[in-house]
Write a protein that binds this ligand. Structure first.
Ligand SMILES: C[S@@+](CC[C@H](N)C(=O)[O-])C[C@H]1O[C@@H](n2cnc3c(N)ncnc32)[C@H](O)[C@@H]1O
Length: 329
């Protein structure tokens, strides 16, 4: 029973399912079922298939990729943030490894929300992870676009690789702003982008066919769309990092990435003068996007909004984006 609205919700395997069974939940239900179907297809629906102990217990500090790189990025994002004593929320938590890390670092509360309660690939895995770590987690099945939490109840909201599964990313960023206390921090990690000149459906068809086939919601916003969604929700953007390890030098490898090439062409086979002419034309066409992006990027300590290389990567590449933002006080 919810003490605020007096509605009753079921508790299954110790996890409250706090959502209405209405039309908005239908696509989330499909998302959850699709994730389990995909995991089954990949042979991951048993403990040996995915994260057999000790793997789940060590995420994100696993010595092989992609986790090894991401573990470093996670540390960089939380380097300056005070987690001790904070009320923390892990949104689209999956196996709630981040909530567990917050609890281990002395958070006052560590809550994890996801649409999927599965005991191996979803939230339900949190029970064993918490028991092994000796911490307490609050696990909730609910929708990130309608967070089942009170206004001004959190100090830190974390979302990793889940914002791009949202139908309406602005709903999600507004929800983060709603549940955060004034001055609270949102950390968005590991969200894939598309280049400014790319069509979203074409990119998804290229990179996310498996997920789409299973009914999983997939989006590929541009970097500017993510940043604008945060600004629209009332956040001040404090840091933007590119690449899974947040080492911005990773963008140099992106400069050589195929996304730089006009779609459906073999860049190497095109003669150099034609290549240069096309690059200039594309740059010219994308100038309005670049201008928009420059306005929303935060300033670095040197006062610059972004380096030329970062800008090239954001406009022409598909770097994963990481954002640290604060709700205005
Ligand atoms: C790629 S996984 C990332 C899981 C975890 N954050 C991580 O980094 O390992 C995306 C997660 O988002 C969850 N998700 C997708 N849509 C959601 C929604 N509307 N509300 C809550 N969780 C959602 C999925 O069930 C899945 O666990």
């Amino acid at each position: 029973m919810c003490e605020t609205c007096n509605a009753s919700y079921p508790v299954v395997d110790g996890i409250p399912h706090i959502h209405l069974d209405d039309h908005t939940w239908r696509s989330k239900k499909a998302e959850s079922a699709g994730r389990e179907a995909l995991a089954a297809e990949l042979g991951q629906l048993h403990y040996e298939g995915i994260g057999a102990p000790p793997v789940d217990f060590e995420i994100p500090y696993i010595p092989h990729e992609p986790w090894a790189t991401f573990g470093r990025g996670f540390d960089k994002l939380f380097g300056d943030l005070e987690i001790g004593g904070a009320d923390t929320l892990d949104i689209g938590a999956g196996r709630p490894w981040a909530a567990k890390q917050f609890a281990l670092r002395g958070a006052r509360s560590a809550t994890a929300v996801d649409v999927n309660p599965h005991p191996v690939v979803g939230l339900g895995r949190g029970w064993e992870m918490a028991a092994e770590a000796g911490v307490h987690l609050e696990l909730l099945v609910g929708d990130s676009e309608r967070l089942p939490l009170a206004d001004n109840s959190m100090d830190i909201c974390f979302i990793s690789a889940a914002l791009h599964h949202s139908n309406f990313i602005r709903n999600l960023t507004s929800e983060m702003a709603r549940v955060l206390r004034p001055g609270g921090v949102a950390v968005v990690a590991n969200e894939p982008t598309r280049a400014a000149f790319e069509d979203e459906a074409t990119v998804l068809n290229e990179v996310a066919q498996l997920e789409l086939r299973h009914g999983i919601t997939e989006r590929r916003p541009t970097a500017a769309e993510y940043l604008e969604a945060m600004l629209a929700a009332g956040f001040d953007i404090e840091q933007v990092h590119l690449g899974p390890d947040c080492r911005d030098s990773a963008i140099w490898t992106r400069l050589k990435a195929p996304a730089l090439v006009p779609p459906r062409q073999d860049w190497a086979s095109i003669k150099t003068p034609v290549r240069i002419a096309r690059a200039i034309r594309t740059r010219w066409r994308l100038w309005p996007f670049e201008h928009r992006l420059r306005k929303v990027l935060p300033r670095s300590s040197s006062g610059a909004r972004s380096s030329h290389a970062e800008m090239i990567s954001l406009v022409y590449g598909r770097p994963d984006i990481n954002i640290v933002a604060r709700v205005a006080r």
